[in-house]
Design a protein around this ligand. Structure first.
Ligand code: HAM
Length: 417
């Protein structure tokens, strides 16, 4: 026998017992986002590589090391989507959504791909729920998005803390970047090799460093929040003011950095202690320059994404009620198969959930299996051509009924109970 093939490292199967919790999460996301006017969008699983190179940023870890990129038969470079914001912006431009009333509010639940080192809460194919509001620069957009993510996490039972910051505009960031680069260059000998090698590429990432010496340097480093222009500071103050009205607790973290280059102004992240090293449950921010970077007109926008697996991990085990089985159709003798087959189908058409015996087990084992499923009734078909036995699994009571009476009897009983 040849060796069995396993799923690639960092990927996982969603088994039926996991699917129930994921369905429940999807239901909550749909309820919360659609009641705020977000409409679902789905973009392709792969895009032109250039979309992410331009959109996410050449200097990011995502583009430099984590993309699954391949050349197709036509010689085009394609990439499995590592994130959803750039594709949604591409779709907005491609379909002329600027003609719709603004902002255009979109949500998605899709899978994404990053070649990261797998560990708990970090996979190579993972799912995100995301929301993007495109076409308004107003601070209420940012605050409302944050509130919606907080509501989703609360509905799932995820306890997470919120950190927010503001990056200002690209100009402020460029000036600040020069200042920070100068500061880091003057202290190169105290920095880790990794941070030193990336000073020019991405000096902000130094705030993420974990080694004590770099951290000491960064504690005293100039902060972007102190360099914001008056309008950006006002925008940030308005976002905070709206959050305060809702009573959502947050912490301002001037060193907050996220692994994507498109952010301007508001930046936020929810994290959970339940997750260990991969503490980020979800996050996002404003990205007012992205649309222009992708070749479109200047269009302000804001959004977030939250990891499905991380939300489920952080929510912990919660009992999920298993699907109800109203009727199990057992087959006493093989000659009863056609009638049983018909009964199961008729029961479903009458609105009942009905399962048919599919393995032709001994009747005793069929009843044990129906019991394990939690079936409310079992119809035993095939003992005689004229009658089926209907067993109430709660009371144990059994009745002989003509085949046509089985479904009405169940429906009548369920109306009475
Ligand atoms: P992100 O922070 O890269 O942002 O990803 C969002 C969330 O996806 C993370 O907080 C985490 O829960 C989950 N996630 C990321 N990588 C993995 C992984 N390898 N395994 C499991 N879960 C993961 C974005 O992707 C932005 N597009 C968010 C955004 C939308 N910004 C504006 N709009």
């Amino acid at each position: 026998m040849s060796e069995a093939i396993r799923a690639p490292r960092g990927t996982f199967d969603v088994l039926p017992e996991d699917a129930a919790r994921r369905d429940a999460l999807e239901g909550q996301a749909r309820r919360i986002l659609e009641s705020a006017g977000y409409r679902r969008i789905e973009t392709p699983a792969f895009e032109h590589t250039e979309l992410f190179a331009r959109g996410v940023g050449e200097a990011t870890d995502i583009v430099q090391k984590e993309m699954y990129t391949f050349t197709d038969a036509g010689g085009r470079s394609l990439t499995l989507r590592p994130e959803g914001t750039a594709p949604v912006c591409r779709a907005y431009l491609e379909h002329g959504m600027h003609k719709l009333p603004q902002p255009v509010k979109l949500w998605y639940l899709s899978s994404f791909f990053r070649a990261e080192a797998p560990q708990r809460g970090r996979y190579r194919q993972f799912w995100q729920v995301g929301a993007e509001a495109i076409g308004s620069a107003q601070p209420e957009v940012d605050a409302e998005l944050i509130v919606l993510l907080a509501e989703l996490l609360a509905a799932l039972g995820v306890r997470a803390t919120l950190k927010i910051s503001s990056l200002g505009t690209a100009e402020t960031r460029a000036e600040y970047r020069d200042e920070l680069t100068g500061y880091l260059r003057a202290r190169e000998d105290q920095l880790s090799d990794e941070v030193r090698n990336r000073i020019d590429l991405n000096p902000m990432r130094a705030f993420d460093a974990t080694d004590p010496s770099t951290r000491a340097v960064m504690a005293a480093a100039p902060k972007l929040l102190d360099r914001l222009s008056a309008e950006d500071a006002e925008h940030f103050a308005e976002v905070r003011g709206l959050l305060e009205r809702t009573g959502i607790a947050y912490e301002i973290d001037p060193t907050l950095v996220r692994g994507l280059d498109y952010y301007t102004r508001t930046l936020f992240e929810f994290s959970s202690d339940a997750l260990g090293a991969q503490s980020g449950v979800g996050g996002g921010g404003r990205y007012d320059r992205l649309m222009a970077q992708l070749g479109g007109p200047d269009t302000p926008a804001c959004g977030w994404a939250a990891g499905v697996e991380r939300m489920l991990l952080a929510a912990g085990e919660r009992p999920v009620t298993s699907a109800l089985v109203d009727l199990y159709v057992a087959v006493a003798e093989d000659r009863g198969v056609p009638a049983a087959f018909q009964l199961a189908r008729d029961a479903r058409r009458a609105g009942l959930s009905a399962q048919l015996e599919l393995s032709r087990r001994a009747l005793r084992r069929q009843l044990a299996y129906a019991d394990r499923l939690g079936a409310r009734y079992v119809a035993i078909v095939g003992e005689s051509p004229e009658a089926s036995r209907l067993k109430d699994m709660e009371s144990g009571e059994q009745r002989e009924l003509t085949p046509g009476d089985v479904i009405p009897a169940i429906l009548r009983a369920s109306r009475l109970s």
